[in-house]
Design a binder for this molecule. Structure first.
Ligand SMILES: [Zn+2]
Ligand SMILES: [Zn+2]
Length: 349
């Protein structure tokens, strides 16, 4: 029988994702056997990475016995700047004890430390060049726990739809393509006649650059949201952003059909901002590569949408972007109450 190192009460066996956790119903502390930390919290809970990237400030032996093998636990202070958190780890079985709420703290401190770590590999020259030309961001460090199959599936789906569009264009020319855009693109004034277009417009793209840009952003921001919130919530955010993005377009233009997953992608960006505000991205500004918090990056992005609006050349459906973005922010504010700490809170009640 495993007992809580704080309360000496028996630990409960509960299932979280694919892992059996040992949880204390009294203090909300949790025991993670070696490797379970990475499966539950992510690579930020991997002690090998703490060491490598200098996140460990001090290690002190304690008298507290390991719940698994009884060896004395080690107290480890993880620190970045003024941010710190103290966890207990077992030097023999590599298990990890987290007090209530420490899961999120470990993730925040370790992510911050690794993003500034001199050991971190910067992306190379070619990606610098690509960034300078295209303006795309690259995440500094925000790995996922497992392969994001839904995000990958969506990328495949959007590519297939684009392939169909391209084939239609080749076989029937401009007229066939126009038919497709009129039938499945979103035109605000035709909402009642063609309600399906509220969703289908998000699958079509106006050009291959438009498609590639969207797929890239989908992969960069989508994988973490799928990982953190799960597939159901991810799909919910995606669809809400598609629909609300379309409805927002009513405010500016009733007659021009819009196509593109940009509304959905903007929604994922909004959700990412809520879930990972302190994660940084590399951006290239005036030929220099710098690390910028996602909060600033997205602030600039939203500002740019308003600038595009002021230009109003009609090529970019900026209102779809803004509608989708705020839909994503709202959804994530509601859905973020998922994750280890909230799960443990529920178990205690
Ligand atoms: Zn306890
Ligand atoms: Zn142990």
């Amino acid at each position: 029988m495993r007992t809580c190192p704080r309360c000496a009460l028996p630990l409960k066996n509960v299932r979280y994702d694919a892992v059996e956790l040992d949880l204390c119903g009294e203090c909300g502390g949790v025991w993670l056997d070696g490797g379970e930390g990475s499966a539950v919290i992510g690579p930020a809970a991997d002690p090998a990475l703490w060491q490598e990237h200098g996140a460990v400030a001090t290690r002190t032996p304690t008298d507290t016995p390991c719940p698994a093998d009884g060896a004395p636990l080690e107290s480890i202070v993880l620190r970045h700047g003024r941010d710190e958190v103290t966890v207990e780890a077992c030097p023999t079985c590599q298990g990890l004890w987290l007090d209530a709420g420490e899961g999120a703290r470990v993730q925040a401190v370790v992510t911050a430390a690794i993003q500034e770590s001199p050991q971190l590999q910067e992306p190379g020259f070619w990606s610098y060049l690509l960034q300078a030309v295209s303006g795309i961001p690259i995440e500094v460090w925000n790995p996922v726990r497992r392969r994001p199959w839904l995000t990958i599936g969506l990328i495949v789906l959007l590519t297939i739809v684009w392939g169909v569009e391209f084939a239609l264009h080749l076989s029937g020319g401009e007229a066939r393509l126009l038919e497709l855009v009129n039938g499945f693109g979103y035109t605000p004034e035709r909402l009642l006649e063609q309600p399906w277009t509220l969703v289908t417009y998000g699958l079509l793209h106006g050009g291959w650059l438009h498609l590639l840009g969207n797929l890239y952003f989908l992969y960069v921001f989508g994988d973490n949201i799928e990982d953190r919130l799960g597939r159901g919530a991810f799909l919910g955010i995606f669809l809400a952003a598609v629909v609300i993005g379309a409805l927002a377009q009513h405010a500016v233009d009733l007659t021009t059909p819009v196509v593109g997953a940009s509304g959905a992608i903007s929604g994922l960006m909004g959700a990412y901002l809520v879930l990972f505000p302190r994660v940084k991205v590399y951006v290239v500004l005036l030929m220099a590569r710098l690390k910028m918090r996602v909060l600033w990056y997205m602030g600039i992005w939203v500002g740019l949408q308003f600038l595009i609006a002021a230009e109003a050349d009609g090529d970019v459906a900026w209102m779809v972007h803004l509608g989708g973005f705020f839909a994503g922010v709202l959804c994530a504010l509601v859905l973020r109450r998922r994750g280890l700490d909230f799960f443990i809170d529920k178990q205690r009640r």
